[in-house]
Write a protein that binds this ligand. Structure first.
Ligand code: NAD
Length: 493
């Protein structure tokens, strides 16, 4: 049984101090929501449940503030965003501690999330002054068509618990850059990071009313009320495909511009001609980052027969060396899962796969010597294609390896899913890398690497993994509407 590493009382006390820096106004609360440390199960803070009334009040306040923000110059918005970026970086250690305490990931990964999440703010500080637009001649003459990109209007942003900072900044920063006000609803499990990041945004010069943070344990009542409000013009959601479908139906009622970053089921393919160490390291990163709780986590690991035994042995060795424990404890590589349901789900997946013939190479058990939610880093080999570990999004530290013979066969198996967010290819052949990447039905492909996302790239899924893109110039367009003016250049009737 794996022994857990614990955080020292000094580090816990230091992170408690950071939690004390988060200003939370309990006045709006109809009741309070407990925020827990998933590594201990202990309550570390309480945030208000704003209820439907509070959410609608937030819409009113943000809508009003949005009118003047839309009229600010793009240079002003860029400067404010740049100051926000600087404050995020100045406070990186504190934000990382907050992320680790409420979400559980190891502190080094929380630091990496601060870098990644802040980068969206810097990127959109740079993009704000380039909103786009152009001039065209009417093909039949007599007029010019001027297009401009205007802010879409009040945007409702709903984020998940797995990247509490990055999923928020990836939406808030382009919305502000485009000239929109926002109502942001973080997951009730991890609201503290969003409250703190928004507090820093206000310190940087964002008008306090412009970003409204709503925490609630009744997200369905929230979205039903808020998305029907005619002042709302946009919904951007990151989370599960099931909830995304519900939100799209609500958005249809109000004909809202919609961005959906939904679930994944990423294939990761290792060919015989891959650089083996690179493939193992890339697979480990793509699987184990965030304890496997990432929408682009390597979900189905396909390894070609000629290299499979060596690949599995090397990856097993690496996975069995992972230290598990509280994310604040030095040396921890795997923190807790977000809750007990996640632990139970890992257990079910693993048991089902073993019963169906998969070989357990390492891990496979929940760790029960604390009240936190831990599961061992696990590797299953020879996973049958029919079991849940091969068909559904695992969302935990379980690597499920299947084997394959030919390129055509693996591409067909990789695409045999309703999801299409990320894919990964490991090969030393340039031809094969691009052929397979082109044939994979996914919005993004990591070629010989396991962490493909960054602020400069248009992140998003195909098929049931989503609509729209986040990051890059395309991410700004999600918060804009194209308008055109027809300017007569001759007298017309
Ligand atoms: P979830 O769908 O349960 O929750 C996400 C957010 O939606 C939370 O804030 C939750 O409170 C809220 N929510 C739930 N029901 C709602 C409703 N009816 N109306 C309004 N809001 C509602 O997902 P989760 O468990 O928090 O996150 C895991 C899922 O998110 C995985 O499927 C993962 O793949 C996906 N995800 C996708 C991306 C991406 O960019 N594509 C990124 C991270 C996570």
């Amino acid at each position: 049984m794996t022994a857990l590493l614990n955080a020292s009382p000094e580090l816990i006390a230091a992170s408690d101090k950071v939690i004390g820096r988060v200003h939370i106004d309990h006045k709006m609360a109809s009741r309070l929501i407990d925020v827990q440390d998933p590594a201990t199960g202990l309550v570390i803070a309480q945030v208000p449940d704003t209820g439907v009334e509070g959410a609608l009040e937030a819409v009113t306040v943000a809508h009003r503030a949005g009118r003047s923000w839309a009229g600010t110059t793009t240079r002003h918005r860029a400067d404010v965003l740049r100051r926000w970026f600087d404050l995020l970086i100045d406070n990186a250690d504190d934000i990382a501690m907050l992320i680790t305490r409420e979400m559980g990931k190891p502190l080094v990964e929380a630091r990496a999330e601060v870098t990644y999440g802040s980068d969206f703010v810097r990127w959109y500080a740079e993009e704000a002054v380039r909103p786009g637009g152009n001039v065209r001649d009417l093909p039949t003459g007599g007029a010019r068509l001027l297009t401009r990109r205007a802010p879409v209007g009040l945007s409702v942003l709903i984020t998940p618990w797995n990247f509490p900072l990055a999923m928020a900044t990836r939406k808030i920063a382009p919305a502000l850059a485009a000239g929109c006000a926002v109502v942001v609803k973080p997951a009730a499990l991890t609201p503290l990071t969003t409250y703190f990041a928004v507090q820093l945004a206000v310190e940087a010069g964002v008008p306090a009313d412009l970003i409204q943070v709503i925490s609630t344990e009744d997200p369905s009542a929230f979205s039903t009320a808020v998305l029907q409000d005619p002042r709302v013009r946009k919904v951007s959601f990151t989370g599960s495909t099931g909830v995304g479908k519900v939100l799209l139906k609500l958005a249809a009622e109000n004909v809202l511009k919609s961005s959906m970053e939904l679930g994944g089921n990423a294939p990761l393919i290792v060919f015989d001609d891959a650089n083996l160490q690179r493939a193992v390291d890339g697979t480990f990163a793509a699987k184990m980052r965030n304890g496997g709780q990432s929408c682009i986590a390597a979900n189905r690991i396909f390894v070609q027969d000629g290299v499979a035994d060596e690949f599995v042995a090397t990856l097993t060795e690496k996975m069995s060396r992972v230290s598990t424990g509280h994310g604040l404890a030095p040396g921890v590589g795997l923190g807790p899962l977000i809750d007990d349901r996640a632990v139970a789900s890992m257990k079910r997946l693993v048991q089902e796969a073993i019963a169906a013939g998969a070989d357990l190479r390492t891990g496979g058990e929940a760790i029960r010597d604390s009240s936190g939610h831990f599961f061992e880093a696990t590797l299953l080999d020879h996973v049958p294609a029919s079991v849940q570990a091969a068909t559904t999004e695992i969302f935990g530290p379980v690597a499920a390896v299947q084997r394959f013979k030919s390129e055509d066969e693996v591409v067909e198996r990789a695409n045999d899913t309703a999801f299409g967010l990320a894919g990964y290819v490991f090969t030393e052949s340039l031809d094969r890398a691009f052929n397979v990447a082109d044939r994979l039905e996914t919005g993004l492909v990591g070629i010989n690497q396991g962490i493909p996302s960054n602020a400069a790239a248009p992140f998003g899924g195909l098929k049931q993994s989503g609509l729209g893109r986040e990051g890059s110039g395309e991410g700004l367009e999600e918060y804009q509407e194209i308008r055109f003016y027809n300017l007569a250049t001759h007298a017309t009737a």
